[in-house]
Write a protein that binds this ligand. Sequence first.
Ligand code: FES
Length: 106
Amino acid sequence: PKVTFVTVGGTPRTIDATVGDSVMVTAVRNGVRGIVGECGGNSSCATCHVYVDEDFLPLVGPANDLEDDMLDLAVSDRRPTSRLSCQITVTEALDGLTVELPDEQP
Ligand code: FES
C-alpha cells in the first residue's frame, strides 16, 4: 500500500509501505523529515504527529485514549484530523493514505 507524506509547503513523497508497519515506522525508515518517532511508537512523545487526509479519516479512525492525551501536548496545533502516526497501522485498505506533517516537530 502507498502512503503519501506532505510537508508544509513541500513536495508530497509517496512511499511503498509494508502492511503491519506503523505509519511512523514507514516514515522513519524512509527518512521522511518531520516525523521523529522519539519514543519508538509508545504514544509517549508526540513527535510523530500527523494530520490525516479527511477522506481517509473514517478509515483510520479516532485516536485512542492515551494518544488523545498526548495529542494535547504535541508541539504543533492539534486539529480534528490529528493522529499519532505510530498508532496508525498500514493496511491494504489504507492504500493511498495521505498525511500532512506539522511544520514543527521537536
Ligand atoms: Fe512517540 Fe508516536 S512515536 S508518540
